[in-house]
Design a protein around this ligand. Structure first.
Ligand code: BGC
Length: 703
């Protein structure tokens, strides 16, 4: 709904986002007592049963773990994943990075809630999502599953998803931690200093645990500092439980997520999934006999799982004290409409020369739709995040349905394009598929061997595949006007062909309603409002070195826009960038101290000819610091929807903690005496307003 004049919009309304999240209503004292009473009646064998999955393959999409009728404990029934329930048909939402482009935290809460409800309706009780690994490099094969290259943005979207989903089921944000290169994920070691770890790679996990109280966390396959994440005491114990107060359980990633018995159990890996390979009877017997693992540790780990089962009131018929939802909620009208809303809000308009868009759905207008992808189901990767829906609207179908009185004709990729000049415009759908990027799993390898060409994995280059690039060139050479619609899960280089096209839309993998959403944007039913959650560089060399065979990868404070800023490389399109069919102006920035932080208020006016939404972004720079600081970092954002001519005030809160640096020596956050610059604007490179505050001798003053 659009805001009217004089209204105030909160950038992140924590009360509304976290409303209904069952984890926030748990009576921990009572659950603790009940858990101890129950555990006292359990034998060692019964406890062991709680720390491992039941069988390697899912049953109807559900991975079972633990559960024992004789003591009245239900099993965990875990279901993937980040863009919908991966069991049978379900609502295929746009991939997470697409939803992230909406910068709409309330939308993400509603998507989380819908996916959680569908999982519960299918009998699941743990949703294996969201994927929270930072997009360190856009070539990561699983980029589409995560939200962003920015920790603040990832944390806000992830917390909203979790709180929505935890209305119905537990969630398991993954993969803890630093899982951001696919091809070598089982062996590679992420090397990182404490400051980069806490400031860049963990804040979003922390927020999801501390604020949204994720009930579970999935460990990662890779190593951090030479040690596999599934047996990493610093990550699983000191940080997750010690620093963040996590009360949930940690389950491993599948098959190769646990590499040892005693070190994993002792470090706090509570449940091995999908079954007991390292936590098998023989392995445990040996570890107990040798004294490497104590019964207390088995008790502790099993207790964490049982605790959550009691806390969430699991029963044969439901979760969180609710009856199992009617299966009719799966792909219900409301969820289908939500999938379309998410797809619509995710589309990013990158170029619109001569205002070629929106197209007029009028008699006499002739639209050529070009490219095989316009007529293909392209929902994203086919690894663990794959979702199938009973029906998918393809771009061509959506455009035909939304074209009104305009004429639409389709040209496959191998068609003769000489007739394109007879059309007013050519809409070319090009990009990537699951063959170019995605999770790299043994199944995919198997399919590849079977001749299916399923590959996925990381992208070595950010260029379009040559035949896709060729398609754009051939269409642009023949057409009067060319609009390119890109599908894909991350940044795609455009610099060497963008001058030959008139308009460019990034449409990601738009889910089951992607075709309708695209048509509504093309024909101006809605003004595009998505913003890039990943920088698009001009050249691959402008980003950090990228080696998809690396077994050791250095992580630091710089990547994405932080890297580009630092090295002085102007991107083709900056983080946070996106155009619309209307325009916005920001005015009257006020920045005042409010408890433990700042409150920023700014007037946002829709100065253009029609209604639409914009994303106001707030970045902070710290000057005169005693430690190295990156040029600027996103610390707040708000989405605001306004009628033409309307103004509203956006309110963004920034906690002091967000201004701190992490001091590795004292393992603490330091708010230092410094000059803090707050920049406000429309992308990481378009920041027209700013304010400065100074902290000196621990006292704040406006500069
Ligand atoms: C993936 C996880 C997924 C799990 C279960 C693993 O290969 O890394 O993200 O949840 O499989 O399907």
């Amino acid at each position: 709904m659009s805001s009217t004049a004089d209204s105030t919009v909160k950038a992140f309304d924590a009360d509304a986002i976290h409303a209904g999240n069952f984890a926030l209503r748990i009576d921990h004292e009572k659950v603790g007592r009940e858990t101890d009473a129950l555990m006292a009646r359990m034998s060692l064998a019964q406890k062991i049963n709680e720390i491992r999955g039941r069988q390697p393959q899912p049953i109807d999409g559900l991975y079972y773990a633990g559960g024992d009728e004789s003591v009245g404990i239900e099993p965990w029934k875990m279901v993937d994943g980040p863009r919908g329930a991966r069991t049978g048909n379900a609502t295929a939402f746009p991939v997470a990075i697409a939803r992230a482009a909406s910068f709409d935290v309330d939308l993400e809460r509603r998507v989380g809630m819908a996916i959680g409800l569908e999982v519960a309706a299918k009998g699941g009780n743990v949703l294996l999502a969201p994927t929270l690994n930072l997009l360190r490099h856009p070539g990561w094969g699983r980029a589409q599953e995560t939200y962003s290259e920015d920790p603040h943005h990832t944390g806000a979207m992830g917390a909203a998803f979790i709180s929505g989903a935890q209305n119905h089921v537990l969630t398991s944000p993954k993969h803890f931690a630093l899982n951001n290169l696919e091809n070598t994920r089982f062996e590679l070691s992420a090397e990182i200093d404490a400051r980069s770890l806490h400031e860049v790679y963990l804040p979003h996990f922390k927020r999801c645990v501390v604020e949204a109280r994720a009930a579970s966390v999935m460990s990662a396959y890779n190593k951090v500092g030479g040690r596999h994440c599934g047996e990493h005491p610093e990550l699983l114990d000191e940080i997750l439980r010690g620093d963040w107060g996590f009360l949930g359980f940690v389950e491993s990633d599948w098959f190769l997520g646990v590499r040892s018995t005693a070190p994993s159990l002792n470090a706090g890996l509570d449940i091995e999934m999908p079954t007991g390979f390292r936590f098998g009877d023989d392995e445990l017997e040996e570890a107990l006999a040798s004294g490497e693992v104590s019964e207390e540790v088995i008790h502790r780990n099993a207790r964490r799982s049982v605790y959550q089962k009691l806390a969430w009131q699991l029963s044969r018929d439901g979760v969180a004290g609710k009856a199992r939802p009617d299966p009719a909620v799966v792909e219900c009208e409301e969820h289908v409409a939500l999938a379309r809303e998410a797809a619509e809000k995710s589309i990013v308009l990158l170029k619109n020369a001569g205002e070629v868009l929106p197209l007029a759905p009028e008699a006499g207008v002739r639209v050529a739709v070009v490219g095989d992808l316009a007529d293909s189901i392209n929902l994203g990767d086919r690894g663990s995040s794959m979702v199938t829906s009973s029906s998918v609207t393809l771009p061509l179908q959506g455009i035909r349905a939304g074209a009104g009185a305009a004429t639409v004709e389709y040209f496959a990729s191998d068609a003769d394009f000489s007739r394109l000049a007879d059309f007013d415009v050519a809409v070319v759908v090009a990009g990537l598929t699951y063959r170019d990027e995605g999770e790299f799993i043994p199944m995919a390898q198997k399919e590849a061997e079977d001749g299916e060409l399923a590959r996925g994995g990381d992208r070595e280059t950010l260029d379009l595949p040559p035949e896709q690039r060729d398609l754009i060139e051939r269409a642009a050479a023949a057409a009067k006007l060319t609009v390119v619609v890109l599908q894909g899960g991350s940044a795609i280089l455009v610099d060497d062909w963008i001058d030959r096209v008139d308009a460019l839309l990034m449409a990601w993998y738009g889910g089951r309603e992607g075709g309708h959403a695209l048509a509504r944007v093309l024909f101006g039913e809605v003004s595009p409002s998505g913003r890039l959650p990943v920088s698009i560089p001009r050249e691959m060399d402008h980003l950090m070195p990228w080696d998809v065979t690396a077994l050791s990868v250095e992580h630091g404070l710089l990547h994405g826009y932080r890297w580009l800023d630092h090295h002085g490389h102007e991107p083709a399109f900056p983080f946070g960038f996106g155009l619309g069919y209307t325009s916005f102006e920001l005015a009257n920035l006020q920045l005042v101290r409010a408890d433990d932080g700042f409150r920023c208020r700014v007037d946002v006016c829709n100065t253009g000819p029609r209604g639409g939404a914009t994303i106001v972004q707030l970045y902070v720079s710290c000057r005169d610091s005693k430690v190295f600081r990156v040029e600027k970092e996103l610390k707040g954002f708000g989405r605001i929807d306004l009628e033409a001519g309307a103004t509203a005030t956006l309110e963004v809160d920034i906690r002091d903690e967000a201004l701190c640096f992490y001091d590795a020596d004292t393992r603490s956050w330091q708010l230092e005496d410094c000059r803090y610059l707050f920049h406000l604007g429309h992308s990481s490179l378009d920041l027209p307003l700013s304010a400065e505050w100074l902290q000196a001798g621990g006292e704040w003053g406006a500069a």
